[in-house]
Design a protein around this ligand. Structure first.
Ligand code: ARG
Length: 455
């Protein structure tokens, strides 16, 4: 097939080069954006009198038909037409001849691809946001049902202080809130219209860039033509935002995996969200959580790939940048696949409240509260810390927890301790007296949940 750019060439491209150069395999997915962008460009060319209005109208109409044909599987893309942009232009020309040849006036594939990628990513961000909202809603539902489910909170994966499952899960809710914020923010930088940047230096045609921007739903236009064609910051930024989402999912995945182990036994995943072993009949594996944790690596890989691909590129467009697509598409596809299944896995898991409570009872999770008790009775905190340290050592030696100590035993450590100690260091008190903003107390967490439900 002769190339749209073949004029100055006397030889056909080697088929090896055709295959190597071609991006149609992965950029075909931007066909709708490419066509929509071309329609706006053609309409603008007609309005500006750059091409005859009738030609513009025929181009727009034919592009619409091509779109329908693509959607009905009636179009075969050609490897040697290189990419989605030239495939569609080639089809257009094959249908309306010379009129079709007017479409690319005042435009380069460099600004065209920048436009298409921005439109595609904007669309994908708009699909990602509801999936994140769905996960947030699932977390809110489980948290609300577990406002009084006491569990051990950890630092260093060692039992630290009692909290509730609601409080623990709401930490993830906060992360996801920031993830949504980041996507909204990234969308603002995606949503700038680059068409009119031309190959790198704009064009002499009187293009109405603002018209095209408005038509295509952009907030503004790029104001430097070199930047317009060579900026892929928004792609890297989205890959980063997706990486952080995966980082969050993988942390919760890790906890789900730990919690469903025999050793923790805090939760049981639903049969529909677990898998068995081909050899060990007893097994029930948290594959969904493991895969989400594993796929985090490939999303990070996309981010690193994109940053490295862009590193050191001279202005303006370089073909290296064609490599942005597979990376960001894969990252998006991965996150879009992970979010719904992760959401359902959480919603269907069974919480073993008794085991969580038992877990919180061991490991001296109320030791800080014993020290605080002494502080409230006048002892400086450092001294109280030392007293309780001795108490813990005594308990370990005697196979007890602090709550088991008799008043006589307590008195050996401090005569400030009275009968009310038992109530003051119960797990319920430990949790529910932490009612400052951000604390795990029932009322505090409920208040936060209620406020998010109103939004
Ligand atoms: N397929 C190319 C890409 O994805 C489109 C732009 C190509 N421009 C060029 N002059 N080779 O980046």
């Amino acid at each position: 097939m002769s190339k749209l750019w073949g004029g100055r060439f006397s030889k056909a491209t080697d088929t090896l080069v055709d295959d190597f150069n071609s991006s149609i395999r992965f950029d075909a997915r931007m066909y709708a954006q490419d066509i929509e962008g071309s329609m706006a460009h053609a309409e603008m060319l007609g309005r500006q009198g750059i091409i005859p209005e009738a030609d513009a109208a025929l181009i727009v109409k034919t592009l619409g038909e091509i779109k329908t044909d693509i959607e009905n599987g009636k179009v075969e893309f050609e490897i040697d037409a290189e990419d989605i942009h030239m495939n569609i232009e080639t089809i257009l020309i094959s249908r309306i001849g010379d009129v079709g040849k007017r479409l690319h006036t005042g435009r380069s594939r460099n600004d065209q691809v920048a436009l298409d990628v921005r439109m595609y990513l904007r669309h994908e961000v708009d699909e990602l946001l509801p999936l994140l909202e769905e996960l947030k809603a699932s977390i809110l539902t489980i948290a609300e049902a577990n406002l009084d489910t006491i569990m051990p909170g950890y630092t260093h994966l060692q039992k630290a202080q009692p909290i509730t499952l609601a409080h623990h899960l709401m930490a993830y809710y906060e992360m996801l809130r920031r993830d949504c914020d980041r996507l909204h923010d990234c969308r603002r930088r995606i949503n700038v219209m680059p068409l009119g940047s031309g190959a790198l230096a704009g064009t002499t045609y009187p293009l109405d860039r603002e018209f095209v921007a408005k038509k295509l739903g952009f907030d503004s236009v790029t104001v430097n033509s070199l930047d317009g064609v060579s900026d892929r910051d928004f792609v890297c930024e989205l890959a980063f935002d997706l990486s952080v989402i995966m980082m969050h999912l993988s942390r919760l995945s890790e906890e789900i995996i730990l919690w469903s182990s025999h050793e923790f036994s805090f939760i049981e995943l639903d049969d529909a969200y677990s898998t068995g072993s081909s050899i060990m009949p007893q097994k029930k594996n948290p594959d969904v959580a493991e895969l989400v944790r594993g796929k985090t690596g490939r999303v990070y890989g996309s981010l690193m790939g994109l940053l490295t691909m862009m590193k050191g590129l001279p202005l303006a467009y370089n073909k290296d940048m064609q490599e942005d697509k597979e990376q960001i598409f894969d990252a998006i596809d991965t996150v879009k696949m992970c979010l719904p299944v992760f959401s359902k896995m959480l919603l269907t898991m069974r919480v073993k409240r008794d085991n969580m409570l038992r877990g919180a009872k061991g490991g001296f999770t109320n030791a800080t509260d014993v020290a605080d008790y002494l502080v409230k009775h006048g002892l400086p905190f450092r001294d109280a810390h030392a007293v309780v340290g001795k108490m813990v050592a005594y308990c370990i030696e005697n196979g007890k927890v602090i709550d088991d100590l008799s008043m006589e035993e307590f008195k050996k450590f401090s005569d400030l301790i009275e009968d009310d100690i038992y109530n003051e260091i119960s797990l319920e008190t430990c949790v529910n007296q932490r009612k400052l903003i951000g604390g795990p107390a029932y009322d505090t967490v409920k208040h936060i949940i209620d406020s998010y439900k109103l939004k």
